[in-house]
Write a protein that binds this ligand. Structure first.
Ligand code: DC
Length: 214
């Protein structure tokens, strides 16, 4: 069985998907980490970020591993390096070109195979796994999402909440307007607003819902 969790930045997808996978005893795939790792590889290799063809060729060539929450590129552990603001600001060059997305979607499908998986991203229910049995579109208001992100940052170098809100809105807009793999709920996805719910409540409800459909 495949459970897809899509939604905007800061909706809590990664944490919810990881906990849901643990509870269901499914495998878990964070596809945002794949886009981040390819962005890291492009910067490390000094590639022209506007050359989609070259970037997709590089994405095919590198050895990308995601195992037990650690991410590596050609044997280098990049788990922390892919979470920097610099990587986040450059991801669009990797997430926009359809040729690069196609390489990563193929990799996601091979990774999942016919095993039980919770996958998380923007296009999981629409493009990567349109036949998934359970599709969730996790949302929360912009304000809630920005506040959650702000709370996760270390108190000593927290930017203004308004700055986080603005960056988040720019990223959401870019994710929604992408030519291929745009952020949109699949027609058969369950819309799941998380405002006012604790993490445990969200996961409990999803465990119950997936259980009913199993
Ligand atoms: O979930 P995240 O913040 O780690 O994702 C980083 C970026 O990667 C996000 O802004 C859009 C892109 N992404 C994508 O285009 N498709 C996915 N399936 C996952 C992430």
């Amino acid at each position: 069985m495949i459970v897809t969790i899509d939604g905007p930045a800061g909706a809590g997808k990664s944490t919810v998907a990881r906990l849901l996978a643990e509870r269901l005893q499914f495998n878990f795939l964070d596809t945002g980490a794949m886009y981040r790792a390819v962005t890291w590889a492009a910067l490390e290799g000094g590639l022209d970020l506007t050359d989609g063809e070259r970037l997709s060729e590089m994405a095919t060539r590198i050895e990308l591993r995601i195992d037990a929450g650690r991410v590596s590129v050609d044997g280098v552990d990049v788990s922390e390096a892919i979470r920097t603001p610099e990587i986040t600001s450059k991801i669009k060059f990797i997430a926009d070109p359809p040729a690069v997305r196609s390489v990563l979607v193929d990799l996601q499908r091979r990774f999942v195979g016919d095993r039980n998986f919770v996958t998380e991203g923007r296009d999981q229910g629409t493009v990567a796994f349109p036949h998934a049995e359970c599709k969730v579109f996790l949302t929360a208001t912009s304000e809630t999402r920005a506040r959650r992100r702000w709370n996760q940052l270390p108190a000593e170098n927290r930017p203004q909440l308004s700055a986080i809100l603005q960056q988040q809105e720019e990223r959401d807009q870019r994710d929604r307007e992408r030519e291929v793999g745009r952020l949109v709920a699949a027609d058969d996805a369950r819309q799941f607003p998380t405002d006012g719910l604790s993490l445990e409540q969200v996961v409990d409800r999803l465990v119950e819902w997936v259980g009913e459909r199993q």
